[in-house]
Design a protein around this ligand. Structure first.
Ligand code: DAH
Length: 333
């Protein structure tokens, strides 16, 4: 028996075995109960004592080497098998169980933030007030005495204790004057409520109130501020029209219209759209805020955030904002 012959055969069989079953067969063929090496070891006793010890040592050496080589090859094959499986397998088991879809801001909040940023960067501080208000801050302090006819325009939701859901964010005016000293420049954004519902009215909607009180504030300051704001918001020079109006808490008062371009069937048309209410803070309102109207003056304005969002994004039905339809909302991601 030629040990080097067997060694050569064994090495060839190991390197030819290209999967785990084939390698197992090699193990059985050489090292199994009836394997070649096992048989040879059994036959050692029949050899003459002179050959026995050298042959025995060589065979044992070969057995150790064979075991090691087969194990190494087994390791290699199992690594290759795993690599191939990983290439095939598209499931990454380290991922979380459910797909994570990225949410986005609601368009109303995006527009609110956009407006806030413009005013904040001009030095206006954002203040927030309660949505459940007293009659005082919503009406009386704003120069709507009890029985004032303008109250009926507000379609107010009342609680049985006389409190109400604020009908406008102008409630921020007197609250701000009570806690801050002039010069004061604030914006008060938030939810407002009126009992009204159609394509352009929702019982809950959003407004943003702005107010500036200082010495010598003039109507031209108001005009310049609003023009600058509207230009910045829409990113281009816009044409505004100040139309005389009435609000109990401002005198004089105006409504501001925006010249809006509408493209209908290829033709360009323009239309004046009302975007905000504004005016010079009424002396009675300054008094409600403990300020002397002979010393201080101010302007105020209020805008509807839905209105601004509809113009900004070209949305024609206000109700879309509140339906929570993901197909609508995901367009503003
Ligand atoms: N609060 C008014 C409304 O809800 C909007 C408004 C008008 C606010 C004139 C003002 C203002 O500050 O000066 O219709």
């Amino acid at each position: 028996m030629d040990i080097s012959q067997i060694t050569k055969q064994l090495q060839e069989s190991i390197s030819k075995a290209d999967n785990e079953e084939a390698l197992q067969q090699v193990r059985t063929d050489y090292l199994g109960k009836k394997g070649q090496l096992t048989e040879l070891l059994k036959q050692l006793s029949r050899l003459p004592p002179t050959e026995r010890s050298s042959q025995g040592a060589a065979l044992n050496q070969l057995k150790i080497q064979a075991t090691q080589d087969i194990n190494n090859k087994a390791g290699l094959l199992s690594q290759q098998k795993m690599d191939a499986e990983l290439l095939q397998d598209t499931t990454d088991i380290s991922l979380p169980k459910y797909g994570r879809e990225r949410g986005s801001w609601h368009p109303i909040n995006t527009v609110r933030k956009r407006i806030e940023n413009i005013f904040n960067s001009a030095g206006y501080e954002t203040v927030l007030g309660p949505e459940i208000e007293t009659d005082y801050y919503n009406f009386e302090a704003l120069n709507f005495p009890p029985q004032h006819p303008a109250r009926s325009l507000h379609d107010t939701f009342y609680f049985s204790d006389g409190r109400l859901l604020r009908t406008h964010t102008s409630t921020g005016q007197v609250r701000a004057m009570e806690t801050k000293e002039p010069p004061l420049a604030i914006i008060c954004p938030g939810k407002t409520y009126r009992c009204d519902y159609d394509a352009t009215h929702s019982p809950m909607f959003h407004q943003l109130e702005g107010m500036l009180v200082d010495k010598d504030v003039k109507f031209t300051d108001l005009k310049g501020t609003l023009q600058q704001f509207i230009n910045t918001f829409f990113g281009r020079e816009m044409q505004l029209r100040f139309r005389a109006s009435y609000f109990p808490f401002t005198e004089p008062s105006a409504e501001v219209d925006l010249l809006w371009e509408i493209k209908s069937s290829g033709k360009k048309e323009t239309k004046w759209l009302e975007v905000l209410g504004c005016g010079m803070v009424h002396p009675n309102v300054l008094k409600s805020g403990n300020l002397d109207p002979t010393k201080y003056s101010g302007f105020a304005f209020g805008l509807g955030i839905e209105r601004m969002a509809m113009l900004y994004y070209g949305i024609d039905d206000l109700r879309l904002f509140y339906e929570n339809d993901i197909r609508f909302l995901s367009q503003f991601a």
